[in-house]
Design a protein around this ligand. Structure first.
Ligand code: MN
Length: 493
C-alpha cells in the first residue's frame, strides 16, 4: 500500500476524450433511425451503414448544426472549412473497412470551459478540438462465436478532446459532469448515459511534483459514468506510482475498466499501434460555414450551466444543491421549468420568495420526484406551489401539512379549489385565538399536565413542547403551534 507521503510526491495529469452521441433523428450519412435503443439487432441499418458496395453517404445537416451548438457550449472557435477523412482498420463491427471521421480539419477548434468543483473552487480546462465522426457497430462475444449488431453503425458523434489540464480524480469527475451538463443544455445530445450517449476515455500519467516532463500515459477507454471516470483515474494514479516506486516502467497502452472489480486492466499495447492510412473521404464534400450561419445556429442555444450558476448566485446555494437543480431541469426538460421560475422570482426582486421556491424544490419536490413510488400528475405544479406559499404565509398551514398537501395535489390530474380541499382534509390550521384559547386552557387545567406546568414555571423550557403537543392532539392537528405556544406562555409564565 502507498503511504500518503509517497502519494504526495507525485502529481497526476489527465486528459479526457469524450464521444458524444448527437441527438439527430437519423444517422450521420444515411436515413436510418438514430435511436437504436431497445431495437432488435440489425433492424435500423441502411446499405450505407452496412457499407455495401456502391453506397453513397450524404452528410446529415442536422448533425452539423448540433456540432455548431456544441462549439458554443465549449467556447470554441468554429472551423469555416472542415472535412471528413477515412480511418482504415479491419474489424467485424466496421463493415466498410474504415471509419469516417475528421482527422485533419475538425469542425470545432480550440476552446476552454470552466468547471466548478465540489469544494467550491473551479478549474479551467482547455479544449484541444472536437471532431465529427460515425460510431461503429457492436460485437457480442459468445464463447466460440461472436454476434454483430450494426444498429449503432453510422451513429453521429462528436469526439471532444481536452488538453491535459486535469490534476486529480475529483477534477476528472467534475470535468466529465460538466461536459454532460454542457452537451445536454446545448441540446447536442439526449445524454442517456445508460445507453452510451457519452463515453469517456481517460488518459492518465504521473510525474514527480514540480517536474516539467509528463510521465508515460495510459488510456482507459469507454467509461460511461462520472463515477467510473473518477475511480479509473484514481486507480491508474496509484497503479502507476506503485510501478515507479518499484523501479519499473509504465507501459503506454490502452486499458479497460472493470466496474465490478473497480480495476483497470491492459487491453493492447501502443507498440503495435496501427497505421490507419488516413485519407480524405472523396464522397463527402467539405463543410463550409459562414460566420452568419454559425451565429444564427448558436443563437438557438438556450442558457448554459455556468450562466444558470450566475443567475442562482444570489441564493447562495452550495455545489450539490446547484447540481441538483441543474440535473432536475435536464430530466424534466420540456415538462417543468424549474430554473426559469427561480429566475423570474429573482428578477422580480423578491429574493425571499425566490429562496422559498428554491428550497421547496430542493427539500420537497425533488425528493418526491426521486421517489419511485410517487407518480406525478398533470396539474400545474407552479400554481400548487403558489397557493401553498400563500397558505403558509397566512399561517393557515403547518409546514408538515403543507408537504402532505403538496404531495397529494401534484399527484392529481385536475386541480380542485386548493383551500377548500385542504379544509375538507383537515389540513388548515386554526389561527383564531378564541378557538385555541379554549383548547389551551383545557390542556393546562388537565391534571395530566400539572407536572409539566410546574416544570415550566420553574424554568424548564423543554416541557413547552409537550404542552404544545397536547394542544395539537386535542385540536386534531389544526391548531397553529406557534400561536398555541404563545398562549401557553401568557398563561403559565
Ligand atoms: Mn473516436
Amino acid at each position: 500500500m502507498l503511504s500518503d507521503e509517497i502519494l504526495a510526491k507525485y502529481e497526476m495529469t489527465v486528459g479526457i476524450e469524450c464521444h458524444v452521441q448527437l441527438a439527430t433523428t437519423t444517422k450521420l450519412f444515411s436515413g436510418a433511425d438514430n435511436d437504436a435503443r431497445d431495437k432488435s439487432p440489425n433492424s435500423v441499418v441502411s446499405p450505407i451503414d452496412f457499407g455495401l458496395p456502391g453506397m453513397l453517404p450524404v452528410l446529415n445537416r442536422g448533425a452539423v448544426d448540433l456540432a455548431i451548438k456544441a462549439g458554443k457550449a465549449l467556447n470554441s472557435q468554429m472551423a469555416h472549412v472542415s472535412r471528413f477523412d477515412r480511418k482504415h482498420y479491419f474489424y467485424p463491427d466496421l463493415p466498410k473497412g474504415y471509419q469516417t471521421t475528421q482527422m485533419y480539419q475538425p469542425i470545432i477548434g480550440p476552446g476552454i470551459i470552466k468547471v466548478p468543483l465540489e469544494d467550491g473552487g473551479a478549474i479551467k480546462v482547455r479544449i484541444h478540438h472536437a471532431h465529427m465522426e460515425e460510431d461503429a457497430g457492436k460485437l457480442t462475444h459468445n464463447g466460440s462465436y461472436s454476434l454483430v449488431d450494426l444498429n449503432r453503425a453510422g451513429t453521429p458523434l462528436i469526439e471532444i478532446v481536452s488538453e491535459p489540464d486535469i490534476h486529480s480524480a475529483a477534477e476528472a469527475k467534475a470535468y466529465a459532469t460538466e461536459l454532460y451538463h454542457l452537451m445536454t443544455y446545448a441540446g447536442v445530445t439526449n445524454g442517456d448515459l445508460y445507453h452510451g450517449n457519452m463515453r469517456f476515455d481517460v488518459n492518465v500519467s504521473v510525474a514527480l511534483r514540480g517536474s516539467n516532463e509528463l510521465g508515460t500515459r495510459t488510456e482507459t477507454k469507454n467509461l460511461n459514468s462520472f463515477k467510473s471516470v473518477e475511480k479509473a483515474a484514481e486507480y491508474e494514479f496509484r497503479r502507476q506510482i506503485e510501478l515507479i516506486e518499484r523501479g519499473e516502467k509504465v507501459t503506454q497502452e490502452t486499458r479497460g475498466w472493470d466496474d465490478a472489480k473497480q480495476k483497470t486492466s491492459s487491453q493492447r499495447s501502443k507498440e503495435d499501434a496501427q497505421d490507419y492510412r488516413y485519407m480524405p473521404d472523396a464522397d463527402i464534400p467539405p463543410i463550409v460555414l459562414t460566420d452568419e450561419e454559425i451565429a444564427a445556429i448558436q443563437a438557438e442555444v438556450s442558457i448554459l450551466p455556468n450562466e444558470w450558476r450566475e443567475v442562482l448566485q444570489p441564493l447562495k446555494l452550495n455545489y450539490l444543491q446547484t447540481e441538483m437543480l441543474l440535473d432536475i431541469e435536464n430530466e424534466y426538460r420540456g415538462k417543468i421549468k424549474f430554473l426559469d421560475s427561480i429566475k423570474d422570482y429573482i428578477n422580480s426582486g423578491n429574493l425571499e420568495r425566490a429562496k422559498f421556491f428554491t428550497n421547496w424544490q430542493i427539500n420537497v419536490f425533488i425528493p418526491l420526484l426521486r421517489d419511485e413510488s410517487f407518480k406525478l400528475g398533470q396539474v400545474d405544479y407552479l400554481q400548487v406551489e403558489r397557493v401553498i406559499h400563500e397558505l403558509l404565509s397566512a399561517n393557515k398551514l403547518s409546514s408538515t401539512n403543507a408537504k402532505i398537501l403538496f404531495k397529494e395535489l401534484i399527484g392529481l390530474n385536475e386541480l380542485p379549489d386548493i383551500e377548500q380541499y385542504a379544509t375538507d382534509k383537515g389540513y388548515i390550521q386554526v389561527s383564531d385565538e378564541g378557538a385555541i384559547i379554549a383548547i389551551v386552557e383545557a390542556v393546562l387545567n388537565d391534571p395530566a399536565s400539572a407536572k409539566a406546568v410546574d416544570d415550566l414555571k420553574n424554568g424548564n423550557e423543554k416541557v413547552i413542547g409537550f404542552l404544545v403537543g397536547q394542544v395539537m392532539k386535542k385540536s386534531q392537528g389544526k391548531a397553529n403551534p406557534g400561536l398555541a405556544q404563545k398562549l401557553i406562555r401568557e398563561r403559565v409564565l
